[in-house]
Design a protein around this ligand. Structure first.
Ligand code: NDP
Ligand code: MG
Length: 391
């Protein structure tokens, strides 16, 4: 039986992964090693019981008593804290889902690569902050990283049987997010609830707001560069409001290979779970006559400054991705807390990058994970200062 662990099991991606495991036979088909979550320990315990996991881990120490109580009599171990997360990642498993949100997902995924496992990577922040380190660690241990982000799963699938050297361009599709049709001058006053009203995808709160600001697409452009090793100039972003084409690969002969499907993350999760095979998935099938048309438009620079910032980050590389992601996470916290406006998020990130490149220099390549985590802390502190200045 395949041994499986899920980091961030109680989140949007985690829930859908568990859903697919149950669809494929649950504990009859998979041996679940570790399931991890954050504050939602009731749900974590429920999942651990349903899949008969060996251990359930909450990221937060103060949640341990509640987790223990919820698992009483089940024979499932309970653990808490950052060290427990790493210990869970050290338990041998054949397939590990990395679906913690934010930079907190980096270290567990990194650890999991050490036993040459297959890492299904939803946590794009890992590649943005530490792409070269993560890819090198995977190569060193003979581990495989499978993309779970829908765009990257689409690109991965469009590359099957092809030679990377024949790739001319990669086109990432973007829905444009909840505010894509708003007049520019109204954007500054957008509320959290308005940014959360995503037209197509149902996702966690943070990524949904990042989708409206296109910080999510900015992370994904960098993720594409790091995962597939293509040059930044080869990566394009196009707004495709229907979210039917999940991304495209263009080849030297002018041919484009696209991945189409319903806007349902179980396409990408299920592909990674069953790879290299394809299995029946409980996702809606496309009805082209009902769809009638697929439309596209170029993203406006003024509406989506995050895309320009991503290009700057790729030009600098080194520790710029770690600083970019950390500043973005702090800016998002302040927007969610209603301390800064929607349009201020890009300002916080831009000011943080400018201050850090003046003071620390961001171009030096990190030697190890510690350098990345250290830049993450420095950039968070700097972004707090920049956010206060704008608040
Ligand atoms: P959610 O916010 O829905 O879930 C996040 C998960 O991480 C939960 O299990 C949460 O626990 C846990 N968690 C939160 N904070 C911490 C922490 N400090 N340490 C450890 N665990 C923590 O996120 P999503 O599922 O939306 O996203 C997960 C990742 O997948 C992100 O990197 C995102 O960019 C990526 N992704 C998501 C997509 C989606 O459709 N949702 C699409 C493509 C990529 P709890 O809830 O119990 O507190
Ligand atoms: Mg995506």
């Amino acid at each position: 039986m395949r041994r499986i662990s899920i980091f961030g099991a109680t989140g949007s991606i985690g829930e859908q992964t568990v859903d697919l495991m149950l669809h494929h036979g649950g504990a009859e088909t998979f041996r679940t090693v570790a399931l991890t979550g954050g504050r939602n320990v009731a749900r974590l315990a429920e999942m651990a019981r349903a899949l008969r996991a060996e251990v359930a881990v909450t990221a937060f120490d103060d949640c341990l008593p509640a987790l223990r109580a919820a698992l009483a009599g089940s024979g499932i171990e309970a653990a808490a804290g950052e060290v427990a997360l790493l210990e869970a990642a050290d338990r041998p498993a054949d397939w590990i889902m990395s679906a913690i949100v934010g930079a907190a997902g980096l270290a567990p995924g990194f650890h999991a690569l050490r036993h040459g496992t297959t890492l299904a990577l939803a946590n794009k922040e890992s590649l943005v902050t530490a792409g070269p380190l993560l890819m090198a660690e995977a190569a060193r241990h003979g581990a495989r990283i499978l993309p779970v982000d829908s765009e990257h799963s689409a690109i991965f699938q469009a590359l099957v049987g092809e030679d990377l050297a024949a790739v001319e361009r990669i086109v990432l599709t973007a829905s444009g997010g909840a505010l894509r049709d708003w007049p520019l001058e109204r954007l500054a006053r957008a509320t959290v609830a308005e940014a959360l009203a995503h037209p197509n995808w149902s996702m966690g709160q943070r990524i949904t707001i990042d989708s409206a600001s296109m910080f999510n697409k900015a992370l994904e452009v960098i993720e594409t560069r790091e995962y597939f090793g293509v040059a930044p100039e080869q990566i394009e972003v196009i707004i495709h409001p229907e979210s039917i084409i999940h991304s495209m690969v263009g080849y030297r002969d002018g041919a484009m290979m696209a991945h189409l499907g319903a806007a349902d993350m179980r396409h990408a999760i299920g592909y990674a779970l069953n790879w290299p095979e394809r299995a029946d998935l409980p996702v809606a099938r496309l009805d082209f006559a009902a769809l009638a048309q697929l439309t596209f438009r170029a993203p406006e620079d003024a509406r989506y400054p995050a895309l320009r910032l991503a290009r700057e980050v790729m030009a600098t590389r080194g520790l710029a991705g770690a600083a970019f992601n950390a500043a973005k996470e702090i800016a998002l916290d302040h927007f969610i807390g209603a301390r800064i406006g929607f349009a201020d998020m890009a300002g916080v990130v831009e000011d943080t990058l400018a201050a850090l490149s003046r003071r620390n220099g961001l171009g030096n390549a990190p030697m190890g994970l510690e350098d990345v985590l250290s830049m993450d802390r420095i950039a968070r502190a700097e972004a707090e200062t920049c956010a206060l200045a704008l608040a």
